[in-house]
Design a binder for this molecule. Structure first.
Ligand code: DX5
Ligand code: ZN
Length: 238
């Protein structure tokens, strides 16, 4: 059994306090863009090629017009990588399923502001399991909705596309939203970090990092690349 995630990043970096306070930007390849017929192979492959986290997009066909996978997929993938499982829930009323996602292997559970009435309660529920909690905001939701919850959060997830599909174009204007999220974290919750998701590639990664992103999700830019290791480095801004 592979050791579950829980301290790798913390021990690798003396400055880490919560998920990570590394100065290095992290890349979280989204397995949504991987080959579903060989998901285990894809997870092992990106782990070997230098991914920092595994981004797992869960869609219910209600909150977003697409359906992906759920508990069993996460459970079966979990032993194949030592990396943090960054589970992005695009489902309605996510609080109903927090415990089961954590039991299946989620280390970090992010849910959408737009999908849940009880934001504070859902964050509490995630934290009670010992997992890290993230709050995601769609491109048309004001970033400052996260403000009342930010001190309890480990991560703010800024969507730079409308959720539902990989391979979309990065929405112009997202950079200002990333900067705003970073400012809010710096001012109110220095342990909270900023993740950005959607349309990130080697050409826009430097701007996204410059705006304040700590973690960059990349689906097509990694899984669609002939050389995935260089693609991961390029998204990290190296
Ligand atoms: C969109 C998902 C993203 C997406 C990223 O709904 O949350 O994680 O798969 O894929 P790219 O990088 O291809 O936009
Ligand atoms: Zn995602």
């Amino acid at each position: 059994m592979v050791e579950p995630y829980g301290g790798n990043l913390l021990t690798e970096c003396a400055e880490c306090v919560t998920i990570c306070h590394m100065k290095r930007t992290l890349v979280a390849p989204s397995i949504l863009s991987g080959n579903f017929a060989d998901m285990g192979g894809e997870v092992k492959n990106i782990t070997k090629l230098g991914a920092d986290w595994i981004h797992v997009d869960v869609m219910d066909g209600v909150f977003v017009p697409n359906i992906t996978f759920g508990f069993k997929m996460i459970n079966d993938l979990r032993p194949l990588s030592r990396l943090l499982f960054d589970v992005h829930l695009m489902i309605t009323q996510p609080s109903r399923y927090v415990d089961r996602f954590v039991k299946s292997g989620a280390d970090l559970v992010s849910f959408h502001y737009e999908a849940e009435k009880d934001i504070a309660g859902t964050i509490e529920k995630i934290k009670a399991t010992g997992a890290k909690a993230g709050l995601a905001v769609n491109p048309d939701t004001p970033v400052d909705v996260v403000k009342p919850f930010i001190e309890k959060l480990d991560l703010v997830l800024i969507m730079s596309v409308f959720p539902g599909f990989g391979g979309q174009k990065f929405i112009d204007g997202s950079l200002d939203r990333i900067a705003e999220a970073k400012r809010l974290c710096d001012e109110l919750a220095p342990d909270c970090i900023v993740e950005v998701d959607g349309g990130i590639n080697a050409s826009n990664a430097k701007d996204v990092i410059g705006a304040g992103a700590d973690v960059l999700v990349a689906g097509n830019a990694v899984f669609g690349a002939a050389d995935r290791a260089s693609a991961i480095r390029a998204v990290r801004g190296e």
